[in-house]
Write a protein that binds this ligand. Sequence first.
Ligand code: NDP
Length: 293
Amino acid sequence: MATVIDGKAVAQTIRSEITDEVRLLSEKYGKVPGLAVVIVGNRQDSESYVRTKRKACADLGIKNFDIDLPEQISEAEVIKHVHQLNADPNVHGILVQLPLPKHINEEKVLTEISLEKDVDGFHPLNIGKLAMKGRDPLFVPCTPKACLELLSRSGVSIKGKRAVVVGRSNIVGLPVSLLLLKADATVTIAHSHTSQPEDIIREADIVIAAARQAKMIKGSWIKPGAAVIDVGTNSVDDPTRKAGYRLVGDVDFEEASKVAGWITPVPGGVGPMTVTMLLKNTLESAKRSIEQN
Ligand code: NDP
């Protein structure tokens, strides 16, 4: 049976490490990291993600800068807020919660975030540096960073291993592939046009599943002893639950956990780690800024 990687426990460990570092910064320089979370409109799911991020900041001693903007605000006004946050020395990270209302060009807004404060790591220059040999981005996107942190804290070595990433989105699949490549894995990316992905996945020592396809990856697709990181978060109907649904990953956990060496559960695997990586990026940004000045 696979070792189940407990994302909640790993996240807790990292959060207490961050809390200690925040305290040290405060004692030494009288300053704490600051994160601005910008939300436009009243989407319920976005409001809930933003609440989680702001609470996590408060729990760890990171200062929140809440920017709550109305749905009808113009693109120019949103960009003005981003510029103000860029100029504020107490703000070390800026996160614009997506999606933005349809009349606002997301790419345009995200590109306005100062490179030094792009704690989500989605600025094209950060992604570009992630892709280039010998260059290092200032920030790595949070979910991909979470995947690698889970592997390294579980003692899974990456160098020289065959890794298969299922999915190629800008948010997860592509950046996690680039990170694995930087860590010297031999990386294959499968996507919706890949024929017989099972044949490719069977060769992988490391599988990162980010396809948004409930239980797509079967136990028989997994190489015995492989490390399986399941990013997928899909809700499926479940009349036995009070909510009427439950969350499952892109991997059939029941089957795969009998074959894999390590596996993350859904929920409780990558999910709790993603916000923790946002806090870590904010801390790193604050340290860079405070220690330089
Ligand atoms: P997207 O929907 O943006 O991308 C899905 C990717 O999977 C695409 O590249 C798509 O290919 C590929 N794909 C779709 N079907 C198949 C298939 N049958 N075989 C192989 N590849 C396929 O999703 P995201 O990257 O944003 O998210 C992926 C999953 O991770 C989702 O379930 C999401 O909920 C979850 N997630 C979890 C987070 C967490 O913190 N736990 C954070 C972010 C995401 P193509 O490019 O050809 O369309």
